[in-house]
Design a protein around this ligand. Structure first.
Ligand code: AMP
Length: 145
């Protein structure tokens, strides 16, 4: 197994979340490779994106190897499907021992499938709720003034 390079990032899914993460990390000087089943998704990358993009299924081992998962220091599972993200994140963590794995999780009830893995989670629903609460607090302050 190759050494993992902290600045090599593999992003699975180049949609609204993955394309933004890939663009931000590329702008920070990381070596980024982004995978998507649909080549049209790569249009969402920023015009300055300097990484690689590969069309393919990120649950496929050969595709992940082609994207250099063996040397990745970070893998982000950012597809729009929880089960797909679970599979990608578990492959990255268990088979390739990627040191930092981050996965998008819509359905918080599925959190349990991650419990035995050192995988960090992005919860779109919880982020929306906390943003909503902040906005409500701002609105209440504005009314009081
Ligand atoms: P969004 O919900 O806008 O963040 O988009 C999610 C992206 O994940 C879409 O561009 C999908 O084509 C992509 N996607 C879904 N399943 C896979 C998969 N198995 N491998 C790679 N990309 C995928």
């Amino acid at each position: 197994m190759k050494n993992h390079d902290a600045s090599y990032v593999l992003v699975a899914g180049c949609g609204r979340l993955g394309a933004n993460i890939a663009s931000v990390l590329s702008a920070q000087g990381k070596d980024v490779v982004v995978l998507d089943v649909a080549s049209t998704a790569f249009r969402k990358l920023s015009p300055d994106y300097g990484g690689f993009s590969i069309e393919g299924d990120a649950t496929d081992l050969a595709t992940l190897e082609r994207a250099g998962i063996e040397k990745a220091g970070i893998v982000v599972a950012a597809t729009n499907d929880d089960n797909t993200n679970v599979m990608i994140a578990q492959i990255a963590s268990k088979i390739f021992a990627v040191p930092k794995v981050i996965s998008r999780l819509y359905d918080t009830e599925k959190e349990i499938v991650y419990q035995d893995y050192p995988i960090r989670l992005i919860y779109p629903s919880r982020l929306s709720i906390s943003e909503f609460e902040k906005l409500m607090a701002c609105a209440e302050t504005a009314v009081l003034k």
